[in-house]
Design a protein around this ligand. Structure first.
Ligand code: VGL
Ligand code: ZN
Length: 207
C-alpha cells in the first residue's frame, strides 16, 4: 500500500460483456486487466462497479420494437443510446473478467438494475438525480481523491469521473487502464467534458 487512505481506486465495469467476445465488446477491453491488478496493490480503498441489468432493461434495443443496437431513443430523462443486450444479471457476461483480482475490493456497486433507467455513472443514474450511494460511502470513509480505471472510457468512466468531480472529489483517470467504445465521436467529447470539469489524466505506460 503506497497510497494514503484518502485515495481510492474505482474499477469500472471490467466485465466479460465489455471484453473481446462479449455482447458489447470494447475493443481490447481485456488488455487493461494486468495494469488494473498492479494498481490495486497501491490502494487501501478499492471499489468495483458492475453493470447489472434485468433482461427487460429499456437500454436494450431488443426491448424496443423495430430498433437496432446503437440507434438512439428518447427516455423521460433525455436521449439514450440503445445497446445490444449486455450484462444481464447473473449471466457470465455480467461477471468480472476472470483475471481481474476482485477478492480484495471493499465494495461492489451494482448499477443499471432499474428497468426504466440506465446508469452509466457509478454515482448517479442517467436521470442525474437517483444516487447509487457510492458518494456517501466514500465520504464516510474519508476519501477525497479517486483514481478511475475501466470500461468504457467514453461512457461509464466518463460519467463517473464527471459526477465525482461535480461532487467535489479530485479525480484522476488512468487512461492506460481504460478502453473506449468511441461511438460517433464520443471519445473526444468525453475527454473534453472530463477536462472541463477538472478531471486529470495519468498514463503509466509513458515514462
Ligand atoms: C457501459 C454502455 C452501456 C459502460 C454500460 O460500462 O461503459 N456502456 N452500459
Ligand atoms: Zn449497461
Amino acid at each position: 500500500m503506497t497510497r494514503p487512505t484518502n485515495e481510492a481506486l474505482i474499477m469500472i465495469d471490467i466485465q466479460n460483456d465489455f471484453c473481446s467476445g462479449g455482447a458489447l465488446a470494447v475493443e481490447r477491453g481485456e488488455e487493461i486487466v494486468p495494469l488494473v491488478n498492479q494498481l490495486q496493490n497501491e490502494f487501501a480503498v478499492k471499489v468495483l462497479t458492475q453493470d447489472w441489468h434485468p433482461q427487460d432493461h429499456k437500454s436494450f434495443a431488443d426491448n424496443h420494437e423495430g430498433k437496432q443496437p446503437y440507434e438512439m431513443t428518447e427516455m423521460p430523462y433525455g436521449p439514450q443510446v440503445l445497446w445490444p443486450s449486455h450484462c444481464v444479471q447473473g449471466t457470465n457476461g455480467a461477471a468480472f473478467h476472470k483475471d481481474l483480482k476482485n477478492d480484495s475490493a471493499d465494495l461492489i456497486v451494482r448499477k443499471g438494475f432499474r428497468p426504466y433507467i440506465d446508469s452509466y455513472s457509478a454515482f448517479f443514474e442517467n436521470d442525474h438525480t437517483t444516487p447509487t450511494g457510492l458518494c456517501g460511502y466514500l465520504r464516510e470513509r474519508g476519501v477525497d481523491t479517486l483514481h478511475m480505471v475501466g470500461l468504457a472510457t467514453d461512457f461509464c468512466v466518463r460519467f463517473s469521473a464527471v459526477d465525482a468531480a461535480k461532487q467535489g472529489f479530485n479525480v484522476i483517470v488512468h487512461l492506460d487502464a481504460c478502453r473506449a467504445i468511441d461511438l460517433n465521436g464520443s471519445l473526444k467529447e468525453a475527454m473534453d467534458e472530463m477536462q472541463s470539469h477538472g478531471v486529470t489524466f495519468a498514463d503509466e505506460m509513458v515514462a
